[in-house]
Structure formats: structure tokens, C-alpha cells
Design a protein around this ligand. Structure first.
Ligand code: PLP
Length: 458
């Protein structure tokens, strides 16, 4: 069944099909196996996504041999780009030694120490297999420590797909349970609008909040930015109230600065969830933070306190190959200017893409912070100047409102023009992207706008 994104007369889609016949053939098989033919909602694209054969640095090549400048960046995991030589040099010998020991190993200790070298708040570390598991454990630690059961989340912030994190991310902003989630669980989540201080105060006042969690630079890595002073406000209010402050640094950790958003803003959360860059492009996550909270996972500490221990198995926790990649990535980030280089490319991307928007006369804006960029497609046709656009002046609903047909056609056209964007549309930049890549990306935007105009889309 075609998606509602489809337009049978689209020349853009036609050119995409002509360029990617082998991807189309693979998708025909995948469609018969996977729901919508994909293995991650973010990879869903109508008529089908590209099938990638290999990747290197800032680029990837599909099965038809087409080269793309990659801004998907492993869903944010690849601050160092694809196949960074230091990561590869660590992974290859680790693979040869064995992929799973079912036992403790030296690399897990080094990996945790590499985290501590960058995040002083990581007094204790527990590895998981993903960011979803990290936020799940963060919540459980907070509840156990405080004896309270509710969680404050901010609308549109994403923390993985477990039951507590589902309503209020992409829909169900009224807090009703998303499909498949129990009412009791959504009832334990208090959804507050981003940057809403009064909402936070009112929710904390009830005295039953175990934790407050947020993406510190804003939802989707700054698409709905966090207002200046808001993190300080949360730190102060949660400390006064006895609630646990969790920074979800699954994307921002080791990206916005070597020590993540907490280093950049100088604010210490009680717990931090990590994944993505943490494992150097391989699977892995961690929840890290205050020792007293982690006592609930410790056999001796719980025996001494007489409290029940939190159970935490997990077959792939601290996998040795992920550990090897993670150590190499974190060491490189600590000893190089990788974050600063990616951030500088972020500034350049915003500048160059906005130049093209202004020259081509579209009222869109490329914005964002650090090494992420987002496109405001201006659904209400505001009179904006892309160079002066301030996302803080726009409400979260409007920032998140993606005209579905248009954002789809932009993605497909950008693929035709050799750029793989995230569906926002936007992306994460690596330290391997060069100024030439950014200029080429801005030119791909120009061509895309012209294609959209020709098609009557804008
Ligand atoms: N938290 C944030 C901020 C994320 O962006 C993501 C994933 O994109 C997660 C948590 C979930 O991580 P994972 O996909 O590893 O489960």
C-alpha cells in the first residue's frame, strides 16, 4: 500500500527510482518481511530508503554505487565519521580475541575509566546495550532512591521507546497512553512543555516526582532548543525538591563538548544516560552518575542497608568489541579537537544553507546548535529572515510540525542530489565533514529547492 507521502506524478521520485534500482529490488524483499520494510522507524522513506553497501569518513555508498554525503551519522553515533582509523585499529584485534566472554574483562574497566575521564559526574557506571535501556535503568534508580514513582518529561523530548518514554514524544501530548502502553504507566509520567518553569514547579510541588529527565540542549538535539537558564533552574528546583535530575546525553554526550552538555553548561546532573558515540559506532549504552544512587545495584550495599537490590542482567552489557571501539573513540575525543571541528562545521552548514535559502527566496531557516542542524519549513508562512531566525521564539508544536509531503520530497530530492539527510530534515555532522562537503550540501539544497519549485511543491 502506498504511503500518503506518495505522489505518482513526482519527477523527483522518478529520478530517485532511476538512480537506485538495486535498493528498490532489496526493498521489495524487505517489504515482505519487515513492517513497512524497515528495521527502525527513522529509516522509513517512501517509496523506499537507500540500501547502503559501505561507508567511509563522511560518506556512504549505496548498493547501486551512488555516493552520498552522510548526515544521518549512524543516528548520531558517528561524531568521528565512519571507520575512523583509531576505532578500526582497536576493533579489529578485539574481534579476533572474541566477541563475548560471558565474564568480566579488562576493556570494560578501561571503558568506564574513559567515561570518567570526560564526565566527572560518572562516579559509578552501569553499561547497557542501548540508550533506551540506559534511560530505563535511570528511572528505576531514581525511583528506588527517592521512594517516589512519577517522572517529569518534556513534550517532544525523546528518551528511547520503552513504555515510560512513549506518550508525548511524537503524539499523545495530552499524556494519554500511546498504543500498547498501560494507563498506569502513562499516569506516572507528567508531561510539561519545553522550558515551562511554572509547569515544572507545579509538578514538583506534589512531592511525588522521582526524576526529571531531558535532552539538555533541547528535543531532537536542539530542534526545540532549551532556553538559557533552564538547566540551572532545573538543577536548583530538583535539588530543593529531592527529585533526581537526569540528563539524557545519548546524543549530546561526547558531541557538543568532550564532556557533553554538562561540561558545556557547567551543570552536574545526578544521572546521565549515554549511548551512540559512547560505543564508537557499535552497540552500547550506559547509565552513569552519583554513587549513592548506584548502591541500589550493589550486592554488598543493599545487603548492608537491608534494601532490595535492583536486578540488572543484559547479555550484551559491556560487550568487549563495543568496549574497544568506545575506548578508542572516547580517547580520541579527549585528546583531539574532534568536537570543536564538528561544531565549526555545524556553524558553517547553518550559514551556507541559510545563504542558499535567502538566495532562492524560500522562507525557511537552517538552525541549531553545536554539530546538529535542523530545517524550519515554516508551516505558518511566517515572514522570517533565515539569518536571524530564533527558534526560541517559536512554539514547540510549530518547530516540530513537518509538512509531511514536503519534508519527504526534500529528503528524496537531497538523495537524488547526493546527500543523505535525517528526516527532520537536518542532520548530525562529524569531525570528518569538510568545508567542501558543507558547500556541496548547500548546493544540493539549492538544486533541491529548484526541483521542488519545478514540481509545484513550493
Ligand atoms: N535518548 C536520546 C536523546 C536519543 O536520541 C535516543 C536515540 O536516538 C535514545 C535515548 C535511545 O537510544 P537507543 O536508540 O540506543 O535505544
Amino acid at each position: 500500500m502506498p504511503d500518503d507521502q506518495s505522489r505518482t506524478n513526482s519527477e523527483i521520485v522518478q529520478r530517485y527510482r532511476e538512480k537506485t534500482p538495486k535498493s528498490e529490488a532489496l526493498f521489495a524483499q524487505a517489504r515482505a518481511i519487515f513492517p513497512s520494510g524497515v528495521t527502525h522507524d527513522g529509516r522509513h522513506l517512501d517509496p523506499y530508503g537507500i540500501y547502503v553497501d559501505r561507508a567511509e569518513g563522511a560518506y556512504k555508498w549505496d548498493v547501486d554505487g551512488n555516493k552520498y554525503i552522510d548526515f544521518f551519522g549512524g543516528h548520531g553515533a558517528l561524531l568521528l565519521g565512519h571507520n575512523h582509523p583509531k576505532v578500526m585499529a582497536a576493533v579489529e584485534p578485539a574481534l579476533a580475541k572474541g566477541t563475548h566472554f560471558g565474564a568480566n574483562h579488562a576493556l570494560e574497566v578501561q571503558w568506564a575509566q574513559a567515561i570518567q575521564a570526560l564526565l566527572p559526574s560518572a562516579e559509578r557506571v552501569r553499561f547497557t546495550s542501548s540508550g533506551t535501556e540506559a534511560t530505563l535503568m535511570g528511572l528505576r534508580l531514581a525511583r528506588t532512591f527517592t521512594g517516589r514513582h512519577k517522572l517529569i518529561r518534556f513534550k517532544t523530548h525523546f528518551h528511547g521507546w520503552h513504555d515510560h518514554m512513549t506518550s508525548g514524544y511524537a503524539n499523545h501530548f495530552d499524556g494519554t497512553p500511546a498504543v500498547g502502553v498501560l494507563e498506569g504507566i502513562s499516569d506516572a509520567v507528567v508531561l510539561v512543555a519545553p522550558n515551562d518553569r511554572e509547569g515544572v514547579k507545579a509538578a514538583l510541588a506534589a512531592g511525588d516526582i522521582a526524576a526529571v529527565i531531558l535532552e539538555p540542549t533541547g528535543s531532537s538535539t536542539g530542534m526545540v532548543p532549551t532556553a538559557p537558564g533552564f538547566l540551572e533552574f532545573l538543577r536548583e528546583e530538583t535539588t530543593k525538591n529531592g527529585a533526581i535530575l537526569i540528563f539524557d546525553e545519548v546524543v549530546t554526550g561526547f558531541r557538543v563538548a568532550p564532556g557533553g552538555a554538562q561540561q558545556h553548561y557547567g551543570i552536574t546532573p545526578d544521572l546521565t544516560s549515554l549511548a551512540k558515540i559512547l560505543a564508537g559506532g557499535l552497540p552500547g549504552g550506559a547509565i552513569v552518575g552519583r554513587k549513592d544512587l548506584f548502591d541500589a545495584l550493589d550486592y554488598a550495599a543493599t545487603a548492608a542497608s537491608g534494601k532490595e537490590k535492583i536486578q540488572h542482567p543484559g547479555t550484551y552489557n559491556a560487550n568487549p568489541v563495543s568496549a574497544a571501539a568506545g575506548i578508542a573513540a572516547l580517547d580520541h575525543i579527549r585528546t583531539s579537537d574532534a568536537c570543536a571541528v564538528a561544531n565549526a562545521m555545524g556553524d558553517l552548514a547553518r550559514e551556507k544553507i541559510n545563504e542558499v535559502f535567502a538566495q532562492e527566496g524560500v522562507k525557511w531557516a537552517c538552525y541549531g546548535t553545536f554539530s546538529s542542524f535542523h530545517t524550519f519549513l515554516n508551516p505558518q508562512n511566517r515572514d522570517i529572515d533565515p539569518h536571524r531566525f530564533d527558534a526560541l521564539e517559536i512554539g514547540y508544536e510549530e518547530l516540530k510540525a513537518k509538512p509531511k509531503g514536503l519534508s519527504h520530497r526534500i529528503r528524496v530530492a537531497m538523495l537524488v542530489n547526493g546527500v543523505d539527510l535525517n528526516g527532520w530534515p537536518g542532520g548530525n555532522i562529524s569531525c570528518m565533514h569538510t568545508a567542501d562537503d558543507i558547500v556541496a550540501t548547500a548546493e544540493a539544497w539549492r538544486e533541491t529547492i529548484r526541483m521542488l519549485k519545478k514540481e509545484g511543491e513550493i
